[in-house]
Write a protein that binds this ligand. Structure first.
Ligand SMILES: Cc1cc2nc3c(=O)[nH]c(=O)nc-3n(C[C@H](O)[C@H](O)[C@H](O)COP(=O)(O)OP(=O)(O)OC[C@H]3O[C@@H](n4cnc5c(N)ncnc54)[C@H](O)[C@@H]3O)c2cc1C
Ligand SMILES: *[C@@H]1O[C@H](CO)[C@@H](O)[C@H](O)[C@H]1NC(C)=O
Ligand SMILES: *[C@@H]1O[C@H](CO)[C@@H](O)[C@H](O)[C@H]1NC(C)=O
Ligand SMILES: *[C@@H]1O[C@H](CO)[C@@H](O)[C@H](O)[C@H]1NC(C)=O
Ligand SMILES: *[C@@H]1O[C@H](CO)[C@@H](O)[C@H](O)[C@H]1NC(C)=O
Ligand SMILES: *[C@@H]1O[C@H](CO)[C@@H](O)[C@H](O)[C@H]1NC(C)=O
Ligand SMILES: *[C@@H]1O[C@H](CO)[C@@H](O)[C@H](O)[C@H]1NC(C)=O
Length: 534
């Protein structure tokens, strides 16, 4: 029944690709599709769909289902010639080889949350195939050894859910807060979250992994080059090959944690004072404490500052720490709530129930642009007042400040590709979002965010101005595709524009790892790490 349906869809898709013109991208002709289909089918891969606008084709729904940034879901966005859904490791390996055999560029998607859509599109307008990992989302928890093996199509929500349920709420994992983020892209780029001041990034807690290289060879840690194992844990997704699965070090969580959110709004000046103080408090709190702040402005000239807090301990203890170190926050004990760790995960993800964590379509989607910075010296009050004044001009924009310190400062800046450790007080994320009806304003919004980022330049890290690879930002520069896939010394130098910002002193070692594992640059995108020429 399955294969009949698929075969029928396949025939329909051949017909529709043959009769439809796709101005946004070149599509392989039907002979080419036939050859690709027979390659896939001969390996037992049955779930795939060719590009098609036919209403009977599932293609558009399958493509858009995990597109998080709607800027990359427009009709003009280049679309893959095919989407393939492998079910297990062998199919993933064979999907890579079939796409290579047909000379299609490869895109790999886990949760689809790339800020710049790099997992499912390309600005290069070359024919490409998309391997979507969402059917490979098994999470196997071993509470006795406090570890788990997770397939890289699993979302963070699926991981948190399974770890909590299978450990009877005794274990957790340190990673980001949004439940629908995929572990494939997230851990590849680091993975910061509410437990990072205590336990580091998700990538800091990877014990082993299973990796498929561009030639389809399968490795685990014991067989892998050290530079490659290092690069896969934070060097950014899409540059190396495909991580099939991760082995996670789980962490103990207390029975009860303390959760709170509190916001203040009103005239800018006192709010700027509050944020000014936050810079001294949040990075120096006990490692069990996460306290972030989100700042925005409204057109009436007032500002709004909200705080999100998680403390791995009791409400009484959290309250006394805050009263002592940050009385200006004016928090009362009734703002604090004790709950299980997994319930705090539900809160942080903005969901309603623990079972929502497994739902891959809970997240609301919009059009957005983001940029990031690192702060090493507290921003002076005047600087903060200036920033908040600018924010009042654009209510669609906001910034999120995440506190570092603790384990983030203890782990060495060369241990993994992620270099933003000791000396960083906090990260800033600048975001602006809009809806479909405001599409005509997109360029204006993006320009506004760039201007705001320019204003902030004198208060943040410089030489280079650092950024976080998971907050991907193509403004930092892109590979020059007009020269083709091969890469030259000039290309490697050019890529240091973003390579240095994301990885600082680790960029050269990433180039070395890339040259070892993918010298032909099979896995590439607008900001992938280029290999050195032979
Ligand atoms: C709403 C939202 C909330 C976020 N919250 C956080 C947060 O709290 N903390 C944080 O650190 N980051 C956060 N991020 C950023 C997020 O970590 C990155 O966007 C991450 O790359 C997304 O992973 P993904 O698998 O969902 O994305 P995808 O778009 O599927 O992939 C991202 C990149 O990784 C590659 N890739 C995917 N899977 C694999 C694989 N198995 N092997 C090799 N390469 C692969 C893709 O090709 C692409 O280049 C958030 C993003 C969004 C949109
Ligand atoms: C293929 O996988 C997608 C994504 O999980 C799913 O929605 C679809 O039903 C699957 N199609 C077939 C024919 O199994
Ligand atoms: C699960 O935890 C609860 C309380 O923390 C405890 O009462 C119960 O016995 C545990 N169940 C198992 C199966 O360990
Ligand atoms: C890694 O691969 C080797 C060789 O296939 C195997 O012997 C070993 O058990 C694997 N390690 C893990 C942790 O799977
Ligand atoms: C600005 O904030 C002040 C103090 O909270 C409040 O009195 C005032 O009404 C706010 N202005 C507007 C236009 O909402
Ligand atoms: C998943 O979330 C979406 C959006 O909130 C909702 O419409 C859908 O019913 C949910 N699915 C399940 C299985 O709970
Ligand atoms: C890209 O490479 C081509 C060919 O070498 C060159 O002409 C062009 O200027 C390059 N573009 C950029 C942006 O570097």
């Amino acid at each position: 029944m399955h294969s009949i349906v698929v075969a029928l869809l396949f025939v329909l898709s051949l017909l529709s690709t043959a009769i439809q013109a796709h101005p946004s991208t070149s599509t392989p002709d039907s002979t080419s599709n036939t050859l690709l289909s027979s390659c896939l089918l001969s390996k037992g891969i049955k779930n795939f769909s060719y590009q098609s606008n036919s209403p009977s084709s599932p293609f558009n729904q399958l493509l858009t289902f995990s597109i998080q940034n709607l800027r990359y879901s427009l009709p003009s966005t280049p679309k893959p010639a095919i989407i393939i859904f492998p079910l297990f490791k062998y199919q993933l390996q064979q999907a890579i080889l079939c796409l290579r055999q047909r000379s299609l560029t490869i895109r790999v998607r886990s949760g689809g949350h790339s800020y710049e859509g790099l997992s499912y599109t390309t600005s290069y307008h070359t024919p490409f195939g998309l391997i979507d990992l969402s059917n490979m989302n098994q999470v196997q928890v071993d509470p006795a050894s406090t570890t788990a093996w997770v397939e890289s199509g699993a979302t963070l929500g699926e991981i948190y859910y399974n770890v909590a349920v299978k450990s009877n709420n005794t274990l957790g994992f340190t990673a980001g807060s949004c439940a629908t983020v995929g572990s494939g892209g997230h851990i590849s780029g680091g993975g910061f979250g509410l437990l990072s001041r205590k336990y580091g990034l998700a990538a800091d807690n990877i014990l082993d992994l299973i990796f498929i290289d561009p030639n389809g060879r399968i490795f685990n840690r014991s067989m892998m080059d050290e530079d490659v194992f290092w690069a896969l844990r934070g060097g950014g997704g899409g540059s190396w090959g495909v991580v099939y699965a991760w082995k996670l070090q789980l962490i103990p969580v207390p029975n009860q944690v303390t959760w709170f959110t509190v916001s203040h709004s009103g005239p800018i000046k006192p709010l700027a004072n509050l944020v000014h103080k936050w810079q001294f408090v949040a990075p120096n709190l006990p490692n069990e404490f996460y306290l972030s702040t989100t700042i925005s402005g409204s057109e009436d000239g007032n500002g709004s500052v909200s705080f999100t807090g998680l403390y791995l301990g009791s409400k009484g203890s959290a309250f006394s720490i805050l009263s002592d170190r940050y009385p200006e926050l004016m928090i009362s004990e009734s703002n604090l709530e004790e709950m299980s760790w997994i319930d705090s995960v539900v809160q942080a993800a903005g969901l309603n129930s623990v079972s929502d964590l497994r739902n891959r379509s809970t997240n609301s989607k919009n059009f957005f642009k983001a940029k990031s910075d690192y702060v090493q010296t507290p921003i002076p009050k005047e600087g903060l007042i200036g920033a908040m004044k600018i924010l009042t001009k654009e209510p669609s924009a906001y910034i999120i400040c995440d506190p570092y310190g603790g384990a983030m400062a203890r782990i060495g800046g060369r241990d993994l590709p992620f270099p933003h450790r000791a000396g960083n007080l906090f990260s800033i994320q600048y975001l602006i979002d809009w809806t479909k009806s405001e599409e005509g304003m997109a360029d204006r919004y993006i320009a506004w965010l760039r201007d705001f980022y320019a204003y902030m330049g004198s208060f943040v890290s410089n030489n280079p101005r650092a950024a976080y690879v998971n907050y991907l930002d193509l403004d930092l520069g892109t590979n020059n595709w007009t020269v083709g896939r091969s890469s030259t010394v000039d290309d490697v130098n050019h890529a240091s524009l973003w390579g240095d910002a994301y990885f600082l002193w680790n960029y050269d070692r990433l180039v070395k790892a890339k040259t070892k594992i993918d010298p032909e640059n099979v896995f590439n995108n607008e900001q992938s790490i280029p290999p050195l020429p032979k």
